[in-house]
Design a binder for this molecule. Structure first.
Ligand code: GLU
Length: 287
């Protein structure tokens, strides 16, 4: 085993669909071809959005596609004390401030206007916690190329603890990627614009940087991103080979030839053909 550690981190809001299969396949292929570990983390951080049984179903679906976590699955719902520790550290460093703005107060603002940054205005009480931003964040994505962001211009101070008391995705991901000793993140490029915020939090928390691979996004017939929210059709785990081959081709990879009867045969013949550099930046073709 090498030091490479990758992960697939679905939110348990529905069944595995083509878009999430693509992310699972790419992260799995990358871990295997780097002789590293592939971990599954269930991002069950947002109970109102979750469907009962979805996490288990997701893990079973992955198994039908021949993908098994190399270590016990990590559930974010059990990680609250680690998130609190990170929040305390940020607070002690002076990086956080309480924000009293409700969604309606920020209507029309793409970037947080700094309303509560100098202290809560009279009549407002703490709802969420935001992290102050400064400086420029840059990284080079293995597929998307160089990315540079001045967070003050793109998001402004952003939420790390939500008004409902839940830890924000950006912070939880950073804490858990570090906890699981992840070395490279492979995921859909819908999350590309979260990456600079995550790198910024890594810097504030003094955590090592990770490598990033952001995949083209699978779109539906209307060009919309395939997601559980847009009711993307689940893939059929009882008949995994066609979807597996489609996901592989979607990632720009040469499909194995000859008769393939099982997912294990697929992986055995497909993995030697995997080329990171063949992943397209964008994908016009629909799955
Ligand atoms: N849980 C996120 C999702 O399902 C992915 C998080 C990540 O890969 O960083 O969209």
């Amino acid at each position: 085993m090498s030091d490479y550690r990758g992960r697939f981190a679905p939110s348990p809001t529905g069944r595995l669909h083509f878009g999430s299969l693509v992310a699972a396949v790419a992260s799995f292929a990358r871990a295997r071809t780097c002789s590293g570990a592939w971990l599954v983390r269930i991002e069950d951080l947002d109970p109102p959005r979750e469907r009962p049984g979805a996490a288990q179903a997701m893990i079973q679906d992955l198994a039908h596609f021949g993908m098994h976590s190399d270590e016990p699955v990590l559930y974010q719902s059990g990680r609250d004390s680690a998130y609190r520790e990170a929040l305390n550290r940020l607070r002690d460093q002076g990086d956080l401030f309480p924000c009293g703005c409700a969604r309606k107060d920020l209507k029309g603002h793409r970037v947080y206007p700094g309303t509560c940054e100098g202290g809560l205005p009279p009549g407002r009480s703490e709802r969420s916690l935001r992290v102050r931003v400064r400086g420029t964040v840059s990284f080079t994505d293995a597929v998307q190329g160089p990315v540079t962001e001045v967070l003050a211009d793109t998001t402004g101070a952003f939420i790390v603890r939500r008004a409902d008391g839940l830890t924000a995705y950006q912070l939880a991901v950073v804490v858990d990627d570090h906890f699981q000793e992840i070395t490279e993140v492979v995921r859909g490029s819908d999350l590309l614009d979260s990456t600079c915020r995550q790198i910024y939090l890594q810097t504030l928390l003094d955590l090592p940087r990770l490598d990033y691979v952001h995949l083209p996004i699978a779109t539906g017939p209307g060009g919309e991103k395939l997601s559980k929210q847009t009711n993307a059709q689940p893939v059929d785990p009882q008949n995994p080979l066609p979807a597996l081959v489609n996901a592989w081709r979607f990632l720009g990879q040469r499909a194995p030839t000859g008769t393939i009867a099982t997912v294990d045969q697929f992986w055995a013949r497909a993995l030697p053909l995997w080329r990171l550099e063949n992943i397209p930046r964008v994908r016009e073709m629909q799955p």
